[in-house]
Design a protein around this ligand. Structure first.
Ligand SMILES: Cc1cc2nc3c(=O)[nH]c(=O)nc-3n(C[C@H](O)[C@H](O)[C@H](O)COP(=O)(O)O)c2cc1C
Length: 186
């Protein structure tokens, strides 16, 4: 179990990143819409909303989206209900000037999705283990203008039988550093 150092709402402790997704469960399109809607309402610098999401249209999209992941992620993500690729515009649309906060803001959007998924009884697992070159080529992304940031697997937590031993051992909520290691009271 996760033990907070100080009292917090249970939603922050209930969210974690499983790999053992239920291969028989599919979220509805409306449920994915709602999870992405949570991202839409994330705060961003100057309300730029720099994020871009690519989502699977139907079952025929699955081979393409799996090809966007490293092999170490593919083997467990293939059981997840949905895969989303997360990108962000690097510059402000109005001025073309660099947006220092694009990743910061898109991270806020990712967490909003993860908490919304959990609120609906599902889990979202973010991955940096992606094939950026494959994503850029197959989606026609200009990486000078757009950063390819991550992938997200979403689904229902299921059985762990298909997981590699190392991942099966990690299939539980983990812990955190104590606040004294990263909070400075001056
Ligand atoms: C940006 C980012 C990249 C990650 N990359 C991977 C990944 O490629 N594969 C994986 O299995 N988990 C990945 N994770 C999951 C992290 O390992 C996990 O969030 C972290 O250990 C904290 O655990 P928790 O989410 O269960 O609280 C990633 C998470 C983030 C936020």
């Amino acid at each position: 179990m996760r033990h907070p150092e100080f009292p917090i709402d249970s939603q922050f402790l209930d969210r974690w990143s499983p790999r053992g997704f239920d291969p028989h469960f599919k979220l509805s399109e409306a449920e994915i819409d709602s999870i992405l809607e949570a991202a839409r309402w994330a705060p961003s610098c100057a309300n730029e909303q720099p994020w871009i999401f690519y989502r699977e249209k139907d079952a025929a999209s699955r081979p393409l989206f799996l090809s966007f992941l490293t092999e170490g992620n593919q083997y467990w993500v293939k059981h997840a209900s949905h895969i989303i690729i997360v990108c962000a515009h690097k510059t402000f649309a109005a001025t073309g000037k660099p947006n220092k906060y694009y990743a910061y803001d898109t991270g806020a959007a990712w967490l909003s999705m993860a908490l919304q998924a959990r609120h609906m009884g599902y889990y979202a697992h973010c991955m940096g283990g992606i094939e950026e070159g494959v994503i850029a080529e197959k989606l026609g992304i200009d990486t000078n203008a757009v950063e390819i940031l991550s992938a997200i697997a979403i689904g229902k937590h299921g059985e762990n039988a298909h997981l590699h031993d190392r991942h099966r051992a990690q299939e539980k909520p983990n812990t955190r550093k104590p606040q004294r290691e990263f909070v400075y009271k001056l």
